[in-house]
Ligand binder design. Structure first.
Ligand code: HEC
Ligand code: HEC
Ligand code: HEC
Ligand code: HEC
Length: 400
């Protein structure tokens, strides 16, 4: 019944309704459903009133001629994007095609060629061409080549970490004095530390190897290590944890209770190698490493004790579960999965979509260049990694 209502609306009412419906999907799940419960019925009542203003059906023949003369060069007559970065449109959700064309026309979505083209299209042209592309058979075989490339974020990190095993151990719990454990470490801090070595703000000959890593590599390593369980350490020979404990009072506000950080940009100190902690704190004191607070009041003796205190604390992994492309996909499928064409919102099909286009679209959401707050929730420390993984997953799925 909802579908019928929706189809019969004027373009303007439809945009307004969809905006309200979309705005219900705030990042906070509880608020979201509450807002849905309150707002959605109002929207439905409001939208239902316009039912009488009937909209003519799409003229598929007219849509086909329009597509052949103006769109086929890029979107194909079969709805297949002619080059990477151009979306496939065969069997796409009709209402979504209409809405995106209206969004280009209204300047809400920006793309120079489409703005100029849609400026020339009437509402019925838009309806017809959308109807034409929706009616085409889904593209199937063409995406097979993408099948090999599915990236599982966690597996990718695990593979990259092979280069680090010699010093940081297989699970990131280092056993070499002076070499930090990476297990359970906070991901934004991890990425910042790698950047600091690359920028020369922290120097260590052994870290030269980090130069080869791409952003996606660094994020996948951050994810892999953040998901490893930190081991408990025995008390170091130097330093007294009991004496160090009161000295840590100034640190807990940022580094968390007992050194277990809950902030992605602040490192956990719990369970860290004591010698590494001593070196790091002294490096801040000597200004060879920058820190947001002054640590230079500590004597060498105090530093040893504070390091001993943190070294023996039990830590906790920053990332809970192992993240796979499939697990992510299940979250996306709540909206983009089977039945998407019957949704109350204009939601596109993304299975079998062009991979380069998917990456472009998700980056645009992430960077705030394409509005749709509900698409912004890709967790930040891994955004590039997740975008690539999920794009490869959907590009490899058969189109529906
Ligand atoms: C010069 C190449 C070109 C031509 C010609 C062209 N498009 Fe596109 N189209 C694109 C590109 C590139 C995008 C992706 C733009 C973006 O990132 O927003 C796109 C996006 C779209 C979208 C949004 C799809 C989605 O999944 O969000 C629709 C709908 C669309 N085009 C319809 C048309 C129609 C209808 C025509 C003919 C009237 C047309 N296009 C002609 C290149 C073209
Ligand atoms: C040859 C031994 C060695 C190898 C191999 C090595 N590291 Fe290290 N790594 C170290 C040492 C030693 C330090 C501490 C340097 C310092 O005091 O700044 C360190 C520090 C780090 C830090 C900073 C940790 C913190 O708590 O600030 C990160 C991040 C890191 N390494 C990542 C990696 C990654 C990723 C790899 C593999 C691609 C790797 N390392 C390979 C020896 C190594
Ligand atoms: C205002 C917040 C704040 C306070 C207070 C603070 N820290 Fe930090 N600490 C940070 C941040 C942020 C970093 C990461 C800095 C960087 O990128 O080098 C850091 C880094 C460190 C590191 C490096 C860890 C590693 O893995 O390389 C050590 C060691 C450290 N702090 C110890 C301490 C101690 C000891 C105290 C208390 C005496 C303290 N910090 C107080 C915010 C704080
Ligand atoms: C709550 C519902 C919802 C969820 C969950 C959701 N999406 Fe979306 N998605 C939408 C809507 C609505 C749009 C259309 C927004 C617009 O017009 O820009 C969209 C658009 C997109 C597009 C643009 C497609 C195109 O043709 O331009 C991509 C790509 C996308 N989503 C990927 C994802 C991924 C990946 C996930 C999981 C991490 C996800 N979405 C989760 C509702 C959702």
């Amino acid at each position: 019944m909802f579908k019928g209502h929706y189809r019969s609306l004027s373009d303007e009412t439809r945009m307004t309704c969809s905006t309200i419906i979309r705005s219900c999907f705030s990042p906070r799940p509880l608020k979201k459903y509450y807002a849905m419960a309150v707002v959605l019925p109002l929207v439905l009542i409001g939208c239902g009133d316009e039912e009488k203003a009937a909209v003519p059906k799409a003229d598929i023949g007219a849509g086909k001629s329009l597509a052949e003369s103006q769109c086929a060069g890029c979107h194909g007559v079969d709805g297949k994007g002619a080059a990477p970065g151009i979306p496939n449109m065969a069997a796409q959700v009709e209402r979504y095609l209409v809405e995106s064309l209206l969004a280009y026309k209204a300047g809400k979505r920006t793309h120079a060629a489409l703005r100029d083209m849609t400026a020339q299209l009437s509402d019925s042209d838009i309806r017809n061409v959308a109807g034409y592309y929706t009616g085409l058979a889904p593209l199937t075989a063409a995406t097979a080549k993408e099948m090999k490339e599915i990236l599982s974020p966690y597996e990718k990190g695990k593979a990259a970490a092979v280069a680090c095993v010699e010093c940081h151990s297989e699970d990131g719990n280092s056993k070499i004095a002076g070499t930090p454990s990476l297990a359970g470490q906070q991901p934004l801090y991890f990425a910042a530390a790698v950047r600091a070595y690359l920028a020369g703000a922290r120097s260590k000959a052994s870290m030269e190897m980090l130069r080869k890593l791409t952003t996606v590599d660094v994020q996948s390593l951050a994810l892999f290590y953040a998901s490893q369980a930190p081991a408990q350490r025995a008390a170091p020979k130097d330093g007294n944890p009991a004496v160090g404990e009161p000295l840590s009072a100034r640190c807990g506000g940022c580094h968390g209770a007992q050194g277990v950080s809950t902030d992605s940009a602040t490192p956990s100190l719990a369970g860290q190698d004591a010698k590494y902690l001593v070196n790091a704190i002294k490096a801040y004191r000597d200004r060879s490493r920058q820190h947001s607070v002054m640590l230079d009041t500590n004597s060498d003796e105090e530093i040893k004790n504070i390091a001993a205190f943190y070294a023996v604390q039990e830590s906790k992994a920053a990332e809970g579960e192992e993240m796979t492309a499939q697990a992510l996909g299940e979250k996306c499928d709540r909206c983009h999965g089977p039945g998407v064409e019957n949704s109350a919102m204009a939601i596109p099909k993304i299975s079998g979509q062009d991979k380069a286009y998917l990456i472009k679209a998700m980056r645009a959401y992430h960077d705030g260049k394409r509005g749709s707050s509900l698409m912004h929730n890709m967790s930040l420390p891994y955004s590039e990694l997740l975008i690539e993984s999920v794009a490869s997953l959907y590009a490899a799925q058969p189109a529906r």
